[in-house]
Design a protein around this ligand. Structure first.
Ligand SMILES: [Zn+2]
Length: 499
């Protein structure tokens, strides 16, 4: 057994334990013990970490690996504009392109202290084993731990948004009236993918992602639940992310998406609601009682104008709180330090009552242990005996840490990823002295430039259709969201509402 002893570091083992100087003995990718500084351990290679703060690798509970090529692409995109843009910005993607895309995202994640990611990737019209292999191979190449859930649906955004199709010009309405997928097709594809999974479940885990409940028929949702029961995997879905989704659900289902999912039996400890900005108290009670998780993505919610989620109420209802960045084109960076800080600030701007604010400790717990629970991966999220050696090394000589005050507060309120010196996953370096160990960024950049040109040309094929429907989406969806409703998660008061 190959053993390493990490000596001299200031160790932040978890959110609840004050940081202290300890040595960490690692063997076969597992933390064998945490020891008083200088304890003799016999045969073990020494890693000098005397100028370092080490903390457990951050867990990103909601990301989209198909988005890194599209970061910084457009200004003032709402969720609905982004969803409507999908056919153009994700057109013509090959499995090799999927690998490139994920590798770019994985590079940013590990360089910014993340060691585990829950990736809701996109493969249309239905996911394939080869496509999933391309995604899995990218994470394996980087050395990042990942849960991979290809998004599936049998209704389009245009079908799922009440009244939108009717508002489109005839040619666009006809072109967009059919998603072109039957429920049995993605279900059959997922059955094959789950049954034939050839990657280590501990490192690269498959999962299910009926993308947005409104985009899925009852048959598809029930089929996902059956697959979840058969294969014991997690299931994540975008739940009540925007006000438009909430209002569309109330009109078409007569209830919220959460109430609908509860009635279909989908809620449980292996269920992850992404966003949940527009959950009401009853929704949160249902999710909390089921032991479900929420992936709170405040950076994305702010960028897309989706609103301010009430994370304090989610915790009070008993939900497991995890934190995610969301995709690179709606958070525009895959930086979990920024996501933690956004979570802290989002709770602060909701109310002057400081007792309702999230604490730095709660936020760091959510970004580590909470994320581990959402991913259903045991043995990550803490630095403790028997846990996987997923460890981030921060350089205490960086200005972010001169001087060191309250470590957890400083991690959440000050650190931005710039002090990340090295990162190991299961005891193996993936970042060493600020450089990726396993992937060459210049080669990745050269590949990405060619990919970008080709994908832009592929997207241009939809330019005419895009020009027909996008002006309508830009008017229709904000007008829909401006309708009065008893729940308001925006930073402003709408007509006829009180807060
Ligand atoms: Zn998302």
């Amino acid at each position: 057994m190959q053993r390493h002893i990490i000596r001299g570091a200031l160790v932040l083992a978890d959110a609840c334990t004050p940081a202290s100087h300890q040595d960490i003995l690692v063997g076969d990718g597992v933390i064998v013990d945490l020891l008083p500084p200088g304890t003799p351990v016999g045969d073990a290679q020494t890693i000098d970490a005397s100028a370092m703060l080490v903390h457990p690798g951050l867990v990103n509970a909601h990301m989209h690996g198909h988005t890194p090529m599209t970061k910084g692409m457009a200004d003032r995109w709402s969720l609905e504009i982004l969803l409507a843009s999908g056919m153009r910005i994700y057109a013509g993607v090959s499995d090799q392109d999927r690998h490139t895309n994920v590798l770019i995202g994985a590079a940013e994640l590990v360089l910014k202290g993340c060691t585990t990611v829950y990736d809701m990737c996109l493969q249309v019209p239905v996911p394939t084993t080869a496509g999933m292999d391309a995604v899995a191979r990218a994470y394996a190449d980087m050395g990042l731990r990942a849960v991979i859930a290809p998004m599936i649906a049998d209704k389009s955004f245009f079908q799922a948004t009440v009244g939108l199709l009717d508002a489109l010009p005839d040619e666009a309405r006809i072109a967009l009236s059919d998603a072109g997928v039957r429920a049995d097709q993605p279900l059959a594809a997922m059955q094959c993918i789950l049954a034939d999974w050839r990657w280590s479940h501990r490192r690269i885990t498959p999962a299910l992602a009926p993308t947005i409940p409104l985009h899925c028929s009852r048959e598809l949702l029930l089929g996902c639940k059956a697959l979840q029961d058969a294969f014991g995997v997690t299931l994540q879905s975008h739940v009540q992310e925007s006000k438009g989704q909430l209002l569309s659900a109330l009109q078409t289902l007569g209830e919220t998406q959460t109430a609908y999912l509860a009635r279909l039996g989908l809620l449980g400890p292996q269920f992850v609601a992404a966003h949940g900005v527009w959950l009401d108290d009853d929704d949160m009670r249902l999710l909390g009682a089921a032991g479900a998780s929420v992936s709170h993505n405040p950076g994305s919610n702010a960028t897309l104008g989706s609103g301010l989620a009430n994370a304090r109420a989610m915790l009070a209802a008993g939900m497991n709180l995890a934190i995610g960045t969301d995709g690179a084109n709606c958070a525009d960076s895959l930086n979990m330090y920024e996501a933690m800080r956004a979570a802290l600030r989002a709770s602060h701007v909701r109310t002057p009552d400081i007792n309702q604010w999230l604490s730095a400790q709660e936020v760091f717990h959510a970004a580590t242990v909470g994320g581990a629970q959402a991913c259903a991966i045991e043995g990550i999220g803490r630095l403790a005996r028997g846990y996987r050696a997923d460890i981030v090394f921060l350089d205490l000589r960086h200005p972010n840490w001169i001087p060191v005050n309250d470590v957890v507060t400083q991690l959440v309120q000050t650190e931005d990823g710039n002090a990340v010196d090295s990162v190991m996953v299961e005891g193996v370096w993936v970042v060493r002295r600020r450089e990726l160990v396993r992937v060459n960024l210049q080669t990745l950049k050269d590949t990405a430039v060619g990919t970008q040109q080709r994908l832009r040309a592929a997207g241009d094929k939809y330019a005419k259709l895009f020009e027909q429907f996008m002006p309508v989406v830009r008017c229709f969806c904000p007008a829909m969201a401006a309708q009065p409703h008893r729940l308001n998660r925006y930073g402003s008061v709408l007509q006829g509402e009180t807060r």
